[in-house]
Design a protein around this ligand. Structure first.
Ligand SMILES: [Zn+2]
Length: 193
């Protein structure tokens, strides 16, 4: 039976999915998000779903000690690997923010020191090399990176952010994208980044 807490978590993921689309941090079916339900279970977005129009009942329960169900997100392996490796991670957002992609395409990650907000919210940003989406290798690389930092930039792909809840994970995606935009504008003015 679904508890009141699970109903709340489902509603939060629906709201954050809509926010990601509205703010251009993912487009349509891109990205995925999840949160812990208990010590052995997480709630994850379904494979191929439009994040702007998620339905609470469609979110998929996955167990940390079992293979993900077929209907779970294509990045389910990465989400499960991070939760297994990082006890502090209560929620994860994976997004494809455009300025971050432009910066990461050059092999760069944003400098948190560009903003006080950066230092406070995303003090350490890890850089993950290009690996096949949905693969075990990408899952392990993300888990390694998020064991060291709250943000992992995936070159030519996007970003994974962890949080104490889904709102903090969302905030980290937003701040990383803001930092990337500032870094790009510095580039346009010809400055070093
Ligand atoms: Zn992705």
């Amino acid at each position: 039976m679904e508890t009141w807490t699970e109903a709340l978590r489902r509603a939060e993921l629906v709201a954050v999915g809509a926010t990601l689309v509205r703010r251009g941090l993912v487009r349509g079916r891109e990205g995925n998000l999840s949160c812990r339900l208990d010590a052995r279970t997480i709630l994850l977005t379904p494979r191929g779903a439009d994040k702007g129009r998620l339905a609470a009942p469609d979110l998929v329960r996955c167990r940390l000690d079992e293979p993900p169900p077929a209907q779970a997100s294509s990045e389910a392996l990465a989400h499960l690997a991070v939760y297994r490796r990082c006890p502090a991670a209560q929620a994860l957002v994976h997004a494809h923010p455009p300025d971050l992609l432009a910066l990461a395409g050059r092999g760069l990650v944003p400098d948190p020191g560009l903003l006080d907000e950066g230092l406070a919210i995303v003090p350490v940003i890890e850089n993950v090399p290009p690996l096949p989406p949905g693969s075990e290798r990408l899952a392990e690389a993300c888990a390694d990176a998020l064991a060291r930092a709250p943000v992992a930039v995936l070159r030519r792909h996007g970003v994974f952010c962890s949080g104490a809840d889904i709102w903090q994970a969302l905030q980290r995606v937003e701040v990383v994208e803001l930092l990337a935009g500032i870094a790009l504008s510095e580039t346009w003015r010809g400055a070093e980044i």
